[in-house]
Design a protein around this ligand. Structure first.
Ligand code: UD1
Length: 418
């Protein structure tokens, strides 16, 4: 397995191009199941998860072509409604094919995703919503067996709490269902609005975009379209932390500040200088960082996918911070690794108290999930000496060309091939 080696202590200076959003790309690819015509996606990031979703679609019968760099062209009839365990276990987002398969082919057999490093992550909201739309669902041998012999119908669905994936799955299902579906307490993440924009370009009827109440009037069929994926807000926030923790200055080209919600305000409060420019965001830090609290929340709150990276930043801030994780129950696995690098973090239930230290020291570290991996890269960039980050495949799932982007801005970083 590849590793990443970092010698810390160099301020990052220069420009980083922000890639297309991973989480938008995955759901938009699933939308390719809704039509036989071509769905062309542009600004697609080059990531292992995108590759995995491509494999999943291909085995459902969809032709997945790359007519140009960063462009995916999807199209074709569904020939197989089973999403096998071997692919789903690699990527939980595979569950997003359930709604499209069911609404289009009237049946689906999708492996249950099971637990993952950051928590149990059930899919009950996805299943209850589809049942309310007329699906019959059985769990059998680790698989979700779903049928809707006469197709799905519209329903009024109020989510008990906000779920990005359930909102997306039901939007896809509702777009071809009979009648109107209303999703109340829907997620408002920018990736959901991006999906809605693409579905509308494909002929869907959706109102309430950007709000927590989405109304989707089903149509008979959807057609092909061309859609450009939004920039990745989590990659943006992550590189903002990289500029801040190294005391450098980065232009994050192509970033969309409005999509970062509370993250930028929290960084600014911690002493990071952030300026919007015509081409993106300029992020720098001239003065010290100060301890700042953060609590993860659905959008527009502070993103859970930024929690680990922000914790690393607070590990070297002056004073204490309290970081509370309210979305996932087990998302502090980076803490023991950060502490091995000299951080002082204590976890109490859903909160972590971070007592800032003047410097971290390099160490071999290991991460168990995607965002946690980058929190260790950030620690390595700031630390004295050498850090080796193991299990780089987590990073490759969701960050494009990490070492190339960082090295181009002055980081001493290289990939050690296994
Ligand atoms: C998506 C993102 C992920 C991000 C998360 C929260 C993708 C591919 N992934 O994940 O990067 O961290 O949103 O912003 O877009 N839950 C249930 N039952 C359900 C569904 C969810 O209990 O049926 C719980 C989850 O366990 C979690 C919370 O709801 O505690 C929110 O999860 P959700 O918003 O659904 O996250 P994902 O869509 O899996």
């Amino acid at each position: 397995m590849d590793k990443i080696r970092i010698i810390g202590g160099r301020p990052l200076e220069g420009t980083i191009d922000i890639s297309g959003a991973k989480n938008a790309a995955l759901i938009l690819m699933a939308a390719g199941l809704l039509t036989d015509e071509r769905l062309v996606l542009e600004n697609v990031p080059d990531l292992a998860d995108v590759e995995t979703m491509g494999q999943l679609l291909a085995q459902h019968g969809i032709a997945v072509d790359r007519p140009a760099p960063r462009t995916l062209s999807l199209g074709g009839a569904i020939t197989n409604v089973e999403a096998p365990y071997d692919i789903v276990r690699k990527m939980r987002a595979s569950i997003l094919v359930l709604g499209p398969l069911l609404t289009r082919a009237h049946e689906a057999r999708v492996s249950l995703p099971g637990g993952c490093a950051i928590g149990t992550r059930p899919v009950d909201l996805h299943l209850k919503g589809l049942e309310a739309m007329g699906a019959e669902i059985r769990l059998d041998g680790g698989y979700i067996d779903a049928t809707a012999p006469h197709g799905l119908h519209g329903a009024n669905i109020t989510f008990p709490f906000v779920s990005v994936g359930a909102t997306e799955n039901l939007m896809l299902a509702a777009s071809l269902a009979e009648g109107e579906t209303v999703l109340v307490n829907a997620a408002r993440e920018p990736e959901i609005s991006d999906l809605a924009t693409c579905l509308i370009a494909m002929g869907a009827d959706i109102t309430g975009i950007g709000t927590d109440r989405l109304a989707i009037l089903g149509v008979k069929s959807l057609h092909g379209a061309r859609h450009t994926i939004i920039p990745d807000r989590i990659e943006t926030g992550t590189y903002a932390c990289a500029a801040a923790i190294t005391g450098g200055a980065l232009l994050l080209r192509g970033a969309r500040p409005a999509d970062l919600g509370a993250v930028l305000a929290t960084l600014a409060q911690a002493g990071v200088d952030i300026t919007e420019t015509p081409d993106g965001l300029r992020v720098s830090r001239r003065n010290g960082l100060h301890g700042t609290d953060a609590m993860t929340e659905p959008f527009p709150g502070f993103a859970t996918d930024m929690q680990a990276q922000f914790m690393t930043l607070m590990a070297v801030a002056e004073g204490a911070s309290m970081i509370t994780e309210s979305i996932f129950e087990n998302r502090f696995m980076h803490v023991p690794e950060l502490n091995r690098m000299g951080a002082r973090v204590n976890v109490h239930g859903a909160s972590a108290i971070v007592r800032g230290v003047p410097t971290l020291s390099g160490a071999p570290v290991m991460a168990t999930d995607l965002r946690a991996s980058f929190s260790l890269v950030l620690a390595g960039l700031a630390a004295r000496g050498e850090t080796i980050v193991n299990r780089v495949y987590h990073l490759d799932r969701g960050y494009e060309a990490v070492e190339r982007k960082l090295a181009a801005c002055g980081a001493d970083i290289e990939r050690l091939a296994a």
